[in-house]
Write a protein that binds this ligand. Sequence first.
Ligand SMILES: [Fe+2]
Ligand SMILES: [Fe+2]
Length: 276
Amino acid sequence: MADPILTFIHLSDTHIHPDPSYTGSFVDFSSRSSLAAVIAQINALPFPIDFVLHTGDVMNDPERNEDYTVIQDLFASLKMPVYYAVGNHDRPEGIKQVLFGHQVILAGSKRLYYQFEAKGVQVVILDGHLQGTAAGTLDDDQLRWLERLCHDPNDQRPLIVALHQHPILIGTPWIDKIPLTNGEALHQILLSARHRLRGVFYGHIHEQICTVRDGIPYFSVLSCWFQTRTWHGQADPLNDPTHIPGFNLVTLSERDLWVRSYRVPIEEFKRLLKPE
Ligand SMILES: [Fe+2]
Ligand SMILES: [Fe+2]
């Protein structure tokens, strides 16, 4: 069996609200209680985790950048660093000012795209955030920066790419109205690094789907709060009736990549539904 070189958690769409009791209109439990159950499960995993990758919608439309201090508090019990992508419900400046305590190379001055290295693996986080819309777009500066990284013939490190919105349409009209609008341009750039690209990880759709295009796998993940359920051609939004929150465990070896899906244990989930 090949030894893992890197193990990380992919989670997304925590939607933490400044109001701790906020439950939204889809479920009866708060996003904070839901995230607490997810973090407890991560902390109970009996093997080391190198980092947590959060693919955005960290908060749910906060009005102030300072509101992000609550995220630091909620994630404080995790022993590993957490790296964030900006979601459409986020404030980029809030994430930038409050959440970056560890070593990353911020590449843009306006957008929050950056890279870091973990166990010899290059991890690139992109920022498609556009104020006032749920869809995303990568700006030209960012695409040029990524192009340079992907075309570098001297860089043979395994590559992981992450962002919030889905770059490849998932075939479901209502959610395909709010994708990454220039996902095709992103894909064309990524093709030049296909030999070392191990996967693209995203959030936004609150469902776990793997799409493979031209040999590049794109993985989404469940939300840490409420879930959707989609199928090809589905006209209207529909939620997954169980809503059990979850995350993915990603393991890389020199040759392979595994993505395992975890959900919060059912007894923990029942406690969310009926808080004491
Ligand atoms: Fe979301
Ligand atoms: Fe989103």
